[in-house]
Design a protein around this ligand. Structure first.
Ligand SMILES: O=c1ccn([C@@H]2O[C@H](COP(=O)(O)OP(=O)(O)O[C@H]3OC[C@@H](O)[C@H](O)[C@H]3O)[C@@H](O)[C@H]2O)c(=O)[nH]1
Length: 379
């Protein structure tokens, strides 16, 4: 693969990109693939690519095992990585996405594949398709994006989840909700276990997302109880990686892009707030393990490696090796002060835990954004 021959400038990156044997996923769960194969789906290549002629090879499954899977929000950052994995595993995948924060570019390498279908669709409207499983990832997830139109964010979480659950009920599909660590709000318990009920300001600027996802969880268990729908709930902690929207506004893409351009690295507040960051391929492993497994309780999916935002800014600057200054801007309202998942349930029930360190993930992400810049996709 072309990118493995490149010699990136930082010694960290050299180590990461000359390890061709690195795999993602879990062999027993069929999610295992070489990292180099996944990279080939998101690292830009030079020149023009005939996408229809360039589909990656997918596993051949017998008809009875080839599930039909709907991924709502499948053109987004996490959704598109999930789609890659499900396609490579040999399933038939339908992506429904309104392309509000998602992008066709994230899935264009599957367009024209006989196992793949894209529907431009907003989940606030009902959808009827025959499927065996539904992953509901449809919702803006970055704070600046979800706060842009808070009413729409609530509608997407609530009506979108009702529509997807209604579909699951009608076609007897298993349903997975991607919930969030944000349902714990500004947590008074640390680290956060699934049994913690949270500390959410119901009328603050984050409420449209936090409360929207809390109602989505309520709806999920109500459909289970009332209609016998098979449900799964993932509470996703901060996730980063290739295909984050460059204008996303979340901390990892902001810091990496700022450091790559030699601009100021913007820490909101005093930087003592903490987050725990997981690399996107680990999350995808966890989502598939949850969907395929037997656990119907909510499950935290995150990497317990916790950093203050100030330290994280220093890591970004040191890793990328530019002369960026770290500057402190005003804190945002209701910003959670600490966040770290307790992942005992995921370990026990799904046999899942993150395999990428934050450092490895950041190296991969830096390389991704560096290549996007070099290819002229972003400034
Ligand atoms: O440029 C920036 C961006 C962000 N930050 C800070 O970095 C921390 C993380 O902020 P992010 O915007 O990346 O993400 P948050 O943790 O606030 O919310 C996230 O939570 C979990 C997921 O469900 C969602 O992806 C998102 O809502 C916050 O303390 C934020 O104030 C900066 O200091 N500078």
């Amino acid at each position: 693969m072309a990118n493995e021959k490149r010699v990136p400038s930082s010694s960290f990156l050299i180590a990461a990109y000359t390890t061709p044997s690195l795999n993602v996923g879990n062999e027993a769960q069929g999610t295992n693939f070489p990292l180099s194969l996944l990279r080939s789906l998101y690292l830009p290549s030079s020149g023009h690519v005939d996408v229809a002629a360039a589909h990656a090879a997918v596993r051949k499954l017998p008809d009875v095992k080839r599930k039909r899977i709907l991924v709502a929000g499948g053109a987004g950052f996490v959704g598109s990585h999930l789609v890659d994995r499900l396609m490579l595993m040999g399933y038939e995948v339908i992506v429904a996405d309104n392309l509000f924060t998602g992008s066709k570019r994230n899935i264009e390498h599957w367009i024209g594949h006989p196992h793949f279908e894209f529907i431009r669709h907003d989940v606030v409207d009902p959808l009827m398709v025959e499927v065996d499983q539904i992953y509901n990832l449809a919702c803006p997830a970055s704070p600046p994006h979800y706060q842009l139109n808070p009413v729409k964010t609530v509608k997407t979480s609530v009506m979108g989840t009702i529509n997807m659950l209604g579909l699951a009920k009608r076609v007897k599909a298993r349903f997975l909700l991607t919930s969030t660590s944000e349902i714990y709000g500004d947590p008074l318990e640390h680290p956060q276990k699934e049994s913690y009920w949270g500390n959410v300001n119901p009328i603050g600027p984050r409420a449209c997302y936090d409360e929207g996802k809390r109602v989505a969880e309520t709806l999920t268990y109500a459909y289970r109880q009332q209609n016998g729908v098979e449900v799964r709930v993932a509470r996703i902690f901060n996730t980063f990686g290739p295909r984050m929207n460059a204008a996303d506004g979340r901390v990892v893409s902001n810091f990496v892009l700022q450091a790559l351009s030699g601009k100021d690295i913007t820490v909101y507040g005093d930087g003592t707030q903490t987050r725990s960051f997981q690399y996107v391929h680990d999350l995808v492993d966890g989502l598939v393990a949850l969907m395929e497994g037997e656990c119907s309780e909510p499950v935290n999916l995150g990497n317990p490696e916790e950093y203050t935002i100030q330290t994280f800014a220093e890591i970004a600057r040191n890793l990328i090796g530019r002369e960026s200054r770290i500057v402190n801007l005003p804190a945002t309202q209701d910003d959670p002060k600490q966040r770290r998942p307790d992942i005992s349930r995921a370990k026990e029930e799904l046999r899942w835990e993150p395999r990428f360190s934050v450092k490895q993930g950041i190296e991969e992400t830096v390389e991704y954004f560096r290549m996007l810049k070099e290819a002229g996709y972003i400034k």
